[in-house]
Design a protein around this ligand. Structure first.
Ligand code: M6R
Length: 605
């Protein structure tokens, strides 16, 4: 969602904040802003639109050593200069940036207006600035502490005052906030990668904590004022790669990084031809598992759909896959031997974290699958398996998905052994096949030009369908999501056998249908459904395995996949869909890496 960066030290603040904002832009790109302390004043610049708009007019401030910055994904109030953060109090004494949602802002705003405060923006955030003003008696920390006791909802706040050239006060409840520790300088941010090149030692704030950050000291207390002793969290991560490495867009670069990411994610988990997750020290929970809930959002949810089918097939454990925002409002029939698996690239998705917390509250064990070291999901779950996709910058997720799939297969294969519910030949065959996934993805990447031509042909269509049966349907869901996000074309995924129950009414002459055909045992059934849509004028692009090519002769186009084991097929069959979505966006002149209305990390409910 919104990105936060703050710096206090003895060096120039502006370059640090700008660099941080560049690394945070994928979190929110409808506006950006900076507040810098200078000679007893707070200089504020904010601009609607991408970060480049702000940077175009920004003059460096060589004297300033403290400031805060923000990239916004609008929740309350349209993207505009005045709604951009930082927000200030009536006198311009206090400036703050915020991530999250202040749920009771409307009543607070009403009261503050009655008390004489002037509001400039339509945001929920501005109430926090005016509350701090109301409670300010010379101590920013005290005023922030008092303020947070009035706020409902979620917030990560970084606040500065023109009365103090050195101090940032940060407060957290619900939304992430991390403090980077330097020598004679300290940082605050919503995202570790924004400061990683500068600070690898961190304090990770927990809910209901306030930090007072100066260049030489960080002191942390809880909202009640009690001191909190923090352990330093060391991050061992490659600094974020902001270069596109010769590619025009991060999305294409990340699609091509998949073979390496798959190899890295597999590393260390397969020994002597067997998946071995014993290093997690979670065997007891795995053994006792009666039922699994896989909970996630968006692309991660689609990886969970595949995970469900793999676990049920291989380990014979019942699995439910749930969209996190729905899960938390279901009346779950919890059992102490249930296991929850949350999947999240960012590890910060609000809905997913809420589900995780609910499970923990019920005493249920949680295993997190995430790409973000030190993220809330990684910290709060009982155990974590990292996907080693590396930083994913493009908002449309690609390499995170394929590595999430790899982890889901590792879990399914390990559970199969632990539960002793397995056909050992099938399991060792699959384990062996996992080592070829990277090469198979490489092979599909070679089809890029062919897929590009298809995108050029269909660039102006208004509607598309993605069909599949079984595990192919899960991939169809991901393909449709990718196309929607990047091209803004209506894309609907359906189980191929279900389309005749209604949606087939939408099929007309020339409507493209992308059909996933990788399941040998379902190919005839899938082809019957394809004939049904062809008979109504659809043009069908088959994404099919080489050995099923003959069966797909009647399709208008074919993209061939290597002969992958049907369970593992999603890792390979998603690749043409990712490339298709990329080129459709490109040909339609869209912002490929930062599509409209989206953000990389959705931290609000
Ligand atoms: O960080 P997460 O994996 O929890 O994010 C979940 C979704 O917001 C995310 O997958 C979203 O759907 C992507 N934009 C898909 O490309």
């Amino acid at each position: 969602m919104c990105g936060i960066i703050g710096y206090t030290g003895y060096a120039r603040a502006m370059p640090v904040i700008i660099d941080g904002l560049r690394k945070l832009e994928h979190r929110g790109y409808d506006s950006a802003g900076i507040a810098i302390y200078r000679e007893g004043e707070l200089e504020i610049n904010k601009k609607e639109g991408p970060l480049a708009n702000l940077l175009a007019d920004l003059e460096d401030n060589p004297d300033s050593c403290m400031g805060i910055g923000h990239t916004r994904w609008a929740t309350h109030g349209v993207p505009s200069d005045k709604n951009a953060h930082p927000h200030t109090d009536c006198k311009g004494r206090i400036a703050l940036v915020h991530n999250g949602i202040i749920e009771n802002y409307a009543s607070l705003r009403k009261e503050l207006i009655l008390e004489g405060h002037d509001f400039i923006s339509e945001t929920d955030t501005e109430v926090a600035a005016h509350l701090i003003e109301k409670f300010y008696r010379g101590s920013l920390e005290t005023a922030v502490r008092k303020t947070v006791s009035y706020l409902q909802g979620s917030f990560a706040l970084a606040v500065i005052s023109r009365d103090d050239p050195r101090t940032i006060v940060a407060a957290k409840k619900g939304s992430s906030l991390v403090i980077g520790l330097g020598e004679g300088e300290n940082y605050v941010t919503s995202d570790i990668p924004a400061i990683l090149e500068r600070a690898s030692q961190l304090y990770i704030l927990e809910d209901n904590e306030i930090a007072v950050i100066t260049p030489d000291k960080v002191s942390i207390t809880d909202f009640g004022g009690n001191p909190v002793e923090k352990e330093i969290f060391e991050v061992d991560l490659e600094p974020i790669a902001v270069e596109k490495g010769g590619y025009d867009h991060f999305m294409l670069k990340e699609i091509h990084e998949q073979p390496a990411a798959i190899r890295k994610t597999l590393q260390g988990w397969i020994k002597d031809g067997r998946v071995d997750l014993s290093a997690l020290e979670f065997d007891e929970a795995f053994k006792n598992t009666r039922k699994i809930y896989i909970v996630a959002c968006g692309t991660a949810y689609h990886a969970g759909m595949v995970g469900r089918l793999a676990i049920e097939k291989l380990a014979r454990i019942p699995v439910e896959t749930d969209i996190a925002s729905e899960f938390r409002y279901r009346d779950i029939l919890w059992h102490p031997d249930d296991l929850m698996i949350v999947i999240s690239q960012s590890g910060e998705t609000g809905d997913t974290l809420a589900a995780l917390r609910e499970a923990k509250r019920r005493g249920i064990k949680v295993l997190a699958v995430t790409n973000a070291v030190g993220s809330a999901a990684a910290r709060e779950a009982d155990r974590v398996i990292y996907t080693h996709a590396g930083p994913e910058i493009a908002v449309a997720s690609t390499k995170a998905y394929s590595t999430q799939l790899v982890v889901m297969y590792l879990i399914a294969l390990y559970l199969a052994e632990i539960k002793q519910n397995y056909d050992s030949e099938e399991i060792s065959g699959l384990v062996n096949n996992m080592f070829y996934l990277d090469a198979m993805v490489e092979q599909v990447l070679k089809e890029q030009d062919k897929i590009k031509n298809l995108a050029e042909k269909y660039r102006d269509v208004e509607s598309t369908f993605f069909l599949g049966r079984g595990i192919d349907y899960a991939v169809a869901m991901e393909g449709a999501l990718k196309l929607k996000e990047t091209s803004y074309i209506h894309a609907e995924a359906y189980p191929a056998g279900e389309i005749k129950h209604g949606p087939i009414a939408l099929i007309d002459d020339g409507v493209p249908v992308l059909a996933l055909i990788s399941q040998d045992h379902l190919v005839d059934k899938a082809m019957s459904n394809i004939k049904e849509v062809k008979a109504r004028g659809a043009v069908v692009v088959a994404i099919c395995k080489e050995n099923l090519q003959e069966n797909c002769q009647e399709c208008d186009e074919q993209i061939l996949l290597p002969q992958v084991n049907p369970i593992l097929a999603p890792v390979v069959s998603v690749v043409p869909l990712q490339i298709f979505a990329y080129y459709m966006a490109l040909f339609r002149g869209n912002n490929v890496d930062t599509p409209r209305n989206l953000t990389k990390s959705v931290t609000v409910e």
